[in-house]
Ligand binder design. Structure first.
Ligand code: MLT
Length: 266
């Protein structure tokens, strides 16, 4: 059963969703979403596993102060693990959640038993990417979270979802509009400033699951193939007919691949 919880960690209350019991797996959300994007996986938590999905700093209904950096977001996840007395866990995320996962590995590699990197990349932003972020930052400051939803929904979702799964778009929009403009703007700044994590990949000797959708236009599958090639113990799963939000677009296939990975490798 899915539970909504909150834990006090020094400077803020962290809201998180939880399901199942057993070996812990932390699922970190992407931009511009919240912990709720992981509800389909929490509802299908495999037996023997405990899934936890926190709101990153600056996101969700109790955002706290906007995040200063991806490290700041990663520190919040470490604080939550400390508070829950979880020493080690499988830790992973989708897109920005993957950037935060890599920042967390740089900070505290001993906390990882395994890694999940979905629809994400290790490289820093390109100059062109930074220009896009500047435009998004100006948009969110002027017009708020709804304008971010308008701008991003066409690329967040894959072609098949946009044409054949009409229920997904309003669900994603609701999550985006549940965030504050200040929190989103701070996250844009944090992503712009992130370091290239590619040199880190060779050190991630834990079992790793790399996932993507073959209709992801924001982070094309070739970037997931690069991650798979550079991680020493990686499994690559490409979901057909899914875009950037692969776990929400193909929830059953995503959950099945995640469950298979956990059972076979950890
Ligand atoms: C995300 O889904 O988290 C974002 O698209 C990542 C990004 O903008 O780089």
């Amino acid at each position: 059963m899915l539970r909504e919880r909150s834990a006090g960690t020094g400077d803020r209350q962290i809201r998180y969703l939880e399901a199942g019991s057993g070996w812990p797996t932390v699922l970190i959300h992407g931009f511009p979403l919240s912990a709720d994007m992981w509800i389909p996986q929490l509802e299908a938590v495999p037996r023997g596993w405990r899934f936890l999905a926190p709101d990153l700093k600056g996101f969700g209904p109790a955002p706290g102060a906007p995040a200063e950096s991806l490290d700041d977001m990663a520190r919040g996840v470490v604080d939550l693990l400390d508070e829950l007395e979880i020493e080690r866990a499988v830790i992973g995320g989708l897109s920005m959640g993957g950037y935060v996962t890599l920042a967390l590995f740089r900070m505290a590699p001993e906390r990882f038993t395994g890694v999940i990197l979905a629809n994400t990349r290790a490289a820093a932003d390109t100059d062109q990417g930074r220009e896009g972020r500047d435009r998004m930052s100006a948009l969110v400051r002027a017009k708020g979270a709804s304008a971010v939803a308008d701008a991003m929904l066409p690329t967040l979702l894959g072609r098949t979802t946009r044409t054949s799964r009409p229920e997904v778009e309003p669900a994603v929009r609701r999550l985006i509009e549940g965030n504050t403009a200040a929190g989103l703007d701070a996250a844009i700044g944090a992503m712009t400033q992130r370091r290239d994590a590619t040199p880190l990949l060779a050190d991630i000797g834990r079992p790793a699951l790399v996932m993507t959708g073959d209709e992801d236009v924001l982070i094309p599958r070739t970037e997931s193939e690069d991650l798979h090639r550079l991680l020493p113990r990686s499994h690559l799963v490409v979901l057909p007919r899914a875009g950037h939000l692969s776990n929400m677009e193909s929830p059953a296939d995503f959950s099945e691949a995640l469950g298979n990975f956990l059972h076979s490798n950890l």
